[in-house]
Design a protein around this ligand. Sequence first.
Ligand SMILES: Cc1cc2nc3c(=O)[nH]c(=O)nc-3n(C[C@H](O)[C@H](O)[C@H](O)COP(=O)(O)OP(=O)(O)OC[C@H]3O[C@@H](n4cnc5c(N)ncnc54)[C@H](O)[C@@H]3O)c2cc1C
Length: 493
Amino acid sequence: MTEQQRKKLLDELLAKQKAGTLKPADRYAIPPQEMPAQDGVVRRGNVSEVATGYTQTQARLEAMRCLQCKTAPCVAGCPVGIRIKDFIVEIANGNFGAALDIIRENSLLPAVCGRVCPQEVQCQLPCTVGKKFKDVDKAVSIGRLERFVADWAESKHSESTPAVAAETKKKVAIIGSGPGGIVVAADVRRAGHDVTVFEAFHKTGGVMVYGIPEFRLPKKIVKQEIETLEKMGVKIVCNYIVGRTKTIRQLFEEDGFDAVYIGVGAGLPMFMSIDGEHLVGVYSANEYLTRANLMRAYDFGKGADTPIAQSKRVAVFGGGNVAMDSARTAVRLGAEKVYLVYRRSEKEMPARVEEVHHAKEEGVEFLLLQNPKRILGDDDGRVRAVECLKYELGEPDDSGRRRPVPIQGSEFEIEVDTAIVAIGNGCNPLIGQTTPDLEMNKWGNIIVDEKCKTSIEGVYAGGDIVLGAATVILAMGQGRTAAAAINEYLETK
Ligand SMILES: Cc1cc2nc3c(=O)[nH]c(=O)nc-3n(C[C@H](O)[C@H](O)[C@H](O)COP(=O)(O)OP(=O)(O)OC[C@H]3O[C@@H](n4cnc5c(N)ncnc54)[C@H](O)[C@@H]3O)c2cc1C
């Protein structure tokens, strides 16, 4: 459909709406609006964002597809309960600012969530339109609409700095500047408290900056959120590792903080415990992506001095978003062949469908129902190949997914110079080791109550360190809960 045809269709629909003759059948007949994107071959050579965003006409047409169901099943599918149908109707009517205001009631980071939330298993899954077509891909594209209004506001420079209440002189320390930490910082600062964010890295933003690549989430979006915090008067201290630079107890006793939020994420990479993981050329996905994202390997050497090997043949192990991000980053860093090795079938892959689709378009080769048995090195201790085993699917396991069963004797080799392990992340034990009395479970996750309060008075926690490796929106949701509890605690303290 051309933009002109879209405009014509939108005018016809709006005329019918005005006349009160717009029927659900008219809405079903609107073609789902495809997200414009960079060509798959072109984008192998750059790190610019893949999806370029809806035009205004596309956004309004997509919004017109929403049936405005009374029961709004989409809201039940949103972890933070955004009033989805209300913001969508504003978009349909061209009131983009009003739409953003509605989203912002529940989500502080719409430009981020519109891009990276797994909508296909959240708000879009129960969408009535998708159900009618028996295809979740045909559900109303709620995430794209959320992104559209956030980008629209950005282009109009219509974002204003949230108001801050009178200073209370109460001090709150936030450990970690990921999505959870950002939300807590904003909500607690709004109540007039003195907020300092301590971040271990030299850059803020957590996984949104060091993990998720530029081509999926441009860094300038997160930078703007951090700048907004600074304009609100939040202090940001980088290169500060709580547990090493100072402990939580020292923050209370020496620095006079009244409350602490722990939002340190789950940044401890897991390995496979197979032979050859010590070889030169084996990376954890965390290390690989951090080097690429924070040391500007994505700039292709223009002013970047990054110690990432110039890989030509890469194998990535895993089937989640982290594996997709690693494989797609390797493509952009110049690898000629990138394999994604996953032990189940594509159906069981935890990665977002869109990421899988984009990875394939960019030439990543999927080796499904296969898993590495060992990594083989050359005489210099560098990776030269991976020995894999073939698998078949057996009975479902505890996760409900069919268990992969190795086929004995099916070993084969793939020649690679780099192997990236992307099979998941655990919790960094540092905070637990240096904070006596902080209750944690056997996996190292901090235990909290429904208000995100930990076992220590005045200490709250949320995001991946509580939930295990989860999602941006869940970290944000817990940040909201924790901030409300901190504000309540400081009011009564
Ligand atoms: C590669 C990758 C891709 C992902 N893709 C998606 C996606 O598409 N959609 C989605 O919803 N989710 C995705 N996720 C998951 C999502 O990013 C996380 O769930 C989310 O960022 C967790 O937020 P958080 O606030 O708990 O902490 P994080 O974002 O993990 O941030 C924690 C911060 O704390 C800092 N820190 C750690 N220890 C200390 C310390 N001792 N002192 C001071 N600072 C410390 C860290 O440096 C970090 O900056 C992805 C994750 C990865 C790794």
